[in-house]
Design a protein around this ligand. Structure first.
Ligand code: ADP
Ligand code: MG
Length: 249
């Protein structure tokens, strides 16, 4: 579904991406982990065309995302993106936030957009919040609305960039649970995360970033139990990942 080949990207003197290749298959969950500044967000942003690249190609459903003739809006419509900051529209109700994309972009009739929004709010456990404004919600609830809003466009792939990093610890688990359910339903997902217990349980494969490169890719058991690269080991032990409580998730 996503085929990343030898992608490089520089910001002045910084090599944000340095020859990155990665394939994401339909129905697969790939987690991107690694130290801050290693290029994870830059890669995610270039997958949906938010970030131009200097070299290499990124294909989505066979189409060159950065190709000259590519209609990037069409591509973005098929990719749901969830960021650390939820960026909901503050002046709209929760339901209206989820309806706005289907209404304005997909030109769905209001009644249909409403049915879709209510189904998705039920799915993320927020049926009772449909009529309130985002400011009334906890961070975890707002992030679940953001996920529902992305799903309302019926994307082929969901891209998550540290979706729980800005949340109070007590609301992280509810967001991870929604993401796990999505994964179980077969959604194709690329997830930048520092939640190692989530990566271990949910990822089909994990890509470890270091200084703009992917230094190791493999299933969770390889990455966590038998990393083949010294720096993977160093990153994980530095994070103390096994000290992270599994209780919340
Ligand atoms: P990560 O998400 O792994 O923390 P990023 O992809 O955000 O890393 O950043 C990779 C590198 O690129 C970092 O050194 C960062 O400072 C740099 N970088 C990212 N975005 C920009 C930008 N818009 N302008 C300048 N440098 C940037
Ligand atoms: Mg980042």
């Amino acid at each position: 579904m996503v085929e990343i080949t030898e992608v490089s990207k520089r910001f002045a003197a910084v090599k944000a991406l340095d020859g990155v290749s990665l394939t994401v298959n339909r129905g697969e969950v790939v987690c991107l982990i690694g130290p801050s500044g290693s290029g994870k967000s830059t890669l995610l942003r270039s997958i949906n065309g938010l970030e131009p690249i200097d070299k290499g190609t990124i294909k989505f459903e066979g189409i060159d995302v950065h190709g000259r003739g590519t209609d990037i809006r069409k591509i973005r419509q098929r990719m749901g993106m969830v960021f650390q900051s939820f960026e909901l529209f503050p002046h709209m109700t929760v339901r209206a936030n989820v309806m706005v994309g289907p209404e304005k972009v997909l030109r769905l009739p209001v009644a249909e957009a409403k049915v879709r929004a209510d189904l998705l709010l039920a799915k993320v456990g927020l049926s009772d919040k449909a009529d309130v404004h985002p400011a009334k919600l906890s961070g975890g609830q707002q992030q679940r609305v953001a996920i529902a809003r992305a799903l309302a466009m019926q994307p082929a792939v969901m891209l998550f960039d540290e979706p729980t990093s800005a949340l109070d610890p007590e609301t992280i688990g509810e967001v991870l649970n929604v993401m796990k359910r999505l994964a179980d339903e077969g959604m194709t997902m690329v997830v930048v995360t520092h939640e190692m217990s989530f990566a271990r349980r949910v990822a089909d494969r994990i890509a470890v970033f270091d200084r703009g490169r992917i230094i190791e890719v493999g299933p969770p058991a390889q990455i966590f139990d038998h990393p083949t690269v010294q720096r993977t080991q160093e990153f994980l032990s530095h994070l103390g990942w096994d000290a992270i409580s599994n209780a919340q998730f």
